[in-house]
Design a protein around this ligand. Sequence first.
Ligand code: NPG
Length: 380
Amino acid sequence: MPDAPAPPLPAVTLEGIELRVLHVPLIAPFTTSFGTEEVREVIVVRAQTSDGEGWGEIVTQAAPLYSSEYTHGAWDVALRWMIPALLDRRTLTPSDVAQVLEPFVGHRMVKAGLELAILDASLRAAGTPLGAHLGAVRDRVPSGVSVGIQRDAHALVDTVGGYLDEGYVRIKIKIKPGRDVADTAAVRDAYGAIPFQVDANSAYTLADADTLAELDRFDLLLIEQPLQEDDIVDHATLARRLRTPVCLDESIVSAKAAADALALGSTSVINIKAGRVGGYLEAVRIHDLCRDAGIPVWCGGMLETGIGRAANAALAALPGFTLPGDVSAASRFYTRDIVTEPAVLEDGHVRVPTGPGLGIDIDPIALDEVTVTRETLRRS
Ligand code: NPG
């Protein structure tokens, strides 16, 4: 059944867009196969419109290790190309944003952050919550946690135990060559039949298929992105070798990429991250096509601040999100968030905000404290 189209949103008249680079300290270092982060470097967007403001988040990292995007590249392309194009257009609806930015190749995280700020401004002007606009059917979403690579398997078991005590309903651990089978076995042995999955962040090649097949005995929910972003055919080959469902993350950069990966049999579950696919509106298109194809999806995370975290909770409340996402409490990563009411874990769930737009209020003092650079472009 096709979804009912969301009611059209009011156009906003842009007066300016402010960008800030934030350095938000992490509670503990976060280690993946591609490196360790101690501070989350992220860009926050504030759209100033004649009807009020809207907030967005560009989820790039300092270095281009997860994807080709990174802070300074994002900053440059936003200020040099994308924001001027939006300001030139002056009056636009949220769905116009992708169309205005379409000529610029790639840089999807930047497009997503800019679109979210304009979406937030327009929704606030209309008095509509983001979840209601996207098609949310739940008022809270189950919360999974992503656990970085620890010093050793013993430390991993301890860390996972802490999150289970807090109430997280699904555990995901990061793996890489040499830290895979034994780490997975340690968690499975310690905690029995918990909902459990692993994330390789592209750390393997097809030559590792035998090692990855050893993970089959742990009854994982899925293995996420074992091979490189563009290894769509190799992922299909690997998927045929494994009993564990393969789930793509990095490879799914658009609804078209999702359709192609499904057609090739490269993936049987999809992690949807709005930043990676160019925005929440494209994320909904991927959700819709997966739902029509009977493919489960879940909402990934990019260590978002309270801005992106609120939007992810709204997205994860759509009906096709049948697996718990990386939609954790703010306290999973941060001692102090930049919003006045950071997301909290309640009985293993995170609430979907109900206020207009993102449904959050920025804490201006907290925001200023973590701002390292800011720049505003105004309509000339
Ligand atoms: O809960 O926000 C979260 C983090 C979830 O593991 C997580 N994200 O590869 O999916 C990933 C990873 C990531 C984070 C990737 C930041 C890139 C940047």
